[in-house]
Design a protein around this ligand. Structure first.
Ligand SMILES: [Zn+2]
Length: 294
């Protein structure tokens, strides 16, 4: 039996499949309509000829209806019966999860979360996604929307979040949160990528913005550590990938504020699968589906 995992994001479709027991990954542009997505998927499917397809998709995926109900970065997929569409088109079983949940499962099966008992995963990019794996089981909730850690409130009168609420963790801990912190320090508008490049060159203000950012990240970490008492928290996404010191900064701040008992037993690690955590996770979900049905 062969499996394929696909991570559908706003900018890229990333895939991960096995060819002669060798894992292959790749990415292509998502495009801006469903037909483009399907035609790109057709090409990948031809290569791998999977028996089961796993999908991670950015947004709120409703497990009961098989539709993506809310996806600010892939608007054209909103409301589409994605599961039915893909199953009819490719004539194989399709399993779909939110992309951050898929990323957590990928890190559990193939990355930094291997052998953990309680794994929490943060995916830190444009937004902030979360995932949870307990004793090898992905916990994505009855509807599929668990672990929206980015949209838990840390300040009821705080900054505006892209979701429309105020003071969400994501409004601080995301690329746009970092951009805002840098702007408040310097009055200059730079992208998070530019800020990280500057910080890596030793620019004091950029480093200061990231230090500020790491304090909010540590509050997010504290909240999940106090809630789940995990043995591993994995942090993935562009920011920690290109500026890994953000993790040690957050851990030192966390040490001063979290309960010492759950802090003692928790390892905070950088994601190992880089930008492919979600695709690996989608592949692992397809593998799990085969195991369960055999
Ligand atoms: Zn929000």
């Amino acid at each position: 039996m062969s499996v394929l995992g696909i991570d559908i994001g706003g900018t890229f479709i990333k895939f991960c499949g096995k060819e002669k027991n060798e894992i292959k990954t790749g990415k292509i542009s998502t495009g801006n309509d469903i037909n483009k997505v399907i035609s790109e998927l057709e090409k990948i499917m031809k290569n791998f000829q999977p028996d089961v397809l796993g999908i991670g998709v950015a947004g709120l995926y409703d497990k009961k209806t098989g539709k993506l109900t809310h996806s600010p970065n892939i608007k054209f997929l909103e409301g589409l019966p994605l599961k039915r569409l893909l199953e009819e088109r490719f004539n194989i079983p399709v399993i779909i999860e939110n992309d951050a949940s898929a990323a957590a499962f990928g890190e559990y099966c193939y990355g930094a979360g291997k052998n953990s008992k309680i794994l929490v995963c943060f995916t830190l990019g444009t937004g902030l996604g979360g995932g949870l794996v307990i004793n090898g089981n992905l916990i994505s909730g009855v509807s599929g929307s668990a672990m929206e850690i980015g949209h838990t409130t840390i300040d009821i009168e705080g900054w505006h979040c892209h979701c429309g609420r105020k003071g969400c963790l994501e409004s601080y801990v995301s690329s746009y949160g970092l951009e805002r912190m840098y702007f408040m320090l310097t009055d200059k508008k730079l992208s998070s990528t530019e800020i990280i490049t500057l910080a890596n060159e030793g620019n004091t203000e950029a480093m200061k913005a990231i230090e500020e950012f790491s304090k909010y990240l540590s509050t997010g970490l504290m909240n999940v550590i106090h809630t789940f008492n995990p043995d591993v928290v994995v942090i993935g996404g562009g920011i920690p990938q290109h500026y890994p010191a953000v993790i040690s900064l957050a851990v030192s701040s966390l040490k001063n504020k979290a309960f010492s008992l759950p802090f003692r037993d928790c390892q905070i690690k950088k994601a190992e699968l880089g930008e492919f955590s979600g695709a690996f996770g989608a592949m692992a979900l397809a593998e799990r589906l085969i195991d369960e049905s055999s």
